[in-house]
Design a protein around this ligand. Structure first.
Ligand code: USQ
Length: 371
């Protein structure tokens, strides 16, 4: 929608993976959304612009190849990923699905582009979690290393905290291999956890919103805390709550993709950008949500749960984030007003909250216990 309203010819390809998994594992979003063809119609009626679509799985190379050959895109935004860390740690079936889906979609896309649109700019959604939580500053994709008197510039070391994050590392590696070997043009955007409800395009159109997930597997931490506050459930801080991440508003995800598409890297370049607006630890997020809730008369509490994940709960964290600002990104901050708007949205749909979806069910150590 963001590209369409700028006058671009847009095509969306979807296999409903997110919806199918949500259905199978009984974790619906807060508000049910129409399927893609209906959403395209609604978009046409509100904007006048047409978005074409195809329903299918890009793990099927022939399906994808046909689309790239016909449409001949000059920019491709690759969102086709199983993107939940807890899902990828649930068991072997979920782990395999995540690994196969994420790597195969990237691999197929690379080949479809090489064959039919070699000049296309691939914009790949990466994740800050690829870098993990190292005890040194995190750079934007690359690091200059001096070793035994010699210097080189290499991919910044990566160490994911879940299998999902590890598949994103594989993606980066695959893309970098094909960029340096065949001269593809790629931007890998390393985003932190996203929060928020609306973008400029969806603000007044509830049927065009993205899924607002709050369960333990799909929901990300800020959105979960907002729902928990409204539902009167103590906010589920995992462990000590000193886990620090770089957060961003969903509005900025769109802003970034548009900026990146409009400012292509050099042909044959692998450009890597970090994206977040502010760093917080989880306890700070919980405090902010409690404060905003209180301003609406909701008294939220915080609970420190045993951490279902294996992650550092207190650590150094300092990530560079310059390149998107240089392209002109105007950051949206996590203000009390923004949190209040989220709380108000959730309050409107309070009756739809399923409280059984809140507590964490997936433990990183689960697979070991069942080995
Ligand atoms: N956390 C809690 N309580 C909760 C949920 C999460 O304390 O109820 C903690 C987690 O332990 C973790 C942090 O909050 O330390 C972030 O968890 P999250 O579920 O919000 O985000 P994460 O699993 O890391 O994954 C999300 C998206 C993923 C994206 C990633 C960016 O689902 O697609 O790639 O954020 S990043 O975290 O930078 O890797």
């Amino acid at each position: 929608m963001a590209f369409s309203r700028r006058g671009n010819e847009v095509m969306v390809v979807d296999n409903y993976l997110h919806r199918r998994l949500a259905l199978k594992h009984k974790m619906p979003p807060l508000v049910a959304l129409p399927e893609l063809p209906e959403r395209c119609q609604i978009w046409k009626s509100v904007s006048g612009y047409e978005i074409s679509h195809a329903i299918g799985d890009i793990q099927d190379f022939e399906f994808l190849e046909g689309i790239v050959a016909d449409f001949k895109p000059d920019t491709i935004i690759h969102y086709a990923q199983q993107r939940s860390a807890p899902f990828s740690m649930k068991g072997i079936e979920e782990a395999r699905l995540t690994l196969m889906n994420n790597i195969t979609t990237t691999f197929n896309l690379i080949w479809a582009v090489m064959r039919h649109a070699p000049k296309a700019h691939i914009i790949k959604l990466g994740t800050l979690g690829e870098y993990g939580t190292p005890n040194i500053d995190i750079e934007e994709g690359w690091i200059d290393i001096e070793h035994k008197g010699r210097k080189d510039r290499m991919l910044y070391p990566r160490q994911g905290g879940s299998l999902y994050h590890t598949t994103k590392i594989h993606d980066t590696d695959l893309l970098w291999f094909y960029v340096r070997t065949y001269g593809l043009t790629v931007t890998d955007i390393m985003q932190g956890p996203v929060y928020g409800v609306v973008t400029d395009e969806t603000e007044n159109h509830p049927d065009l919103l993205t899924a607002f997930d709050y369960d333990d597997i799909y929901g990300t931490v800020v959105n979960r805390f907002v729902v928990q506050a409204v539902a009167g459930i103590p906010l589920t801080v995992y462990g000590k709550g000193g886990q620090t991440r770089g957060f961003l508003n969903i509005r900025d995800t769109m802003q970034a993709i548009v900026l990146v598409a409009e400012n292509r890297p050099k042909t044959g370049e692998m450009r890597i950008l970090n994206q977040f607006t502010e760093q917080f630890n989880i306890s700070e997020i919980a405090d902010k949500v409690c404060k905003a809730a209180l301003s609406l008369g909701i008294e939220a509490k915080v609970a420190h749960l045993e951490n279902p994940r294996l992650e550092l709960e207190e650590h150094y964290y300092k990530a560079a984030v310059n390149k998107l600002a240089e392209l002109g990104l105007k950051p949206t901050m996590l203000t009390e007003k923004v949190l209040r708007e989220m709380l108000e949205y959730v309050k409107e749909h309070q009756h739809k909250i399923d409280k059984t979806l809140i507590m964490p069910r997936v433990r990183w150590s689960h697979a070991l216990q069942h080995a």
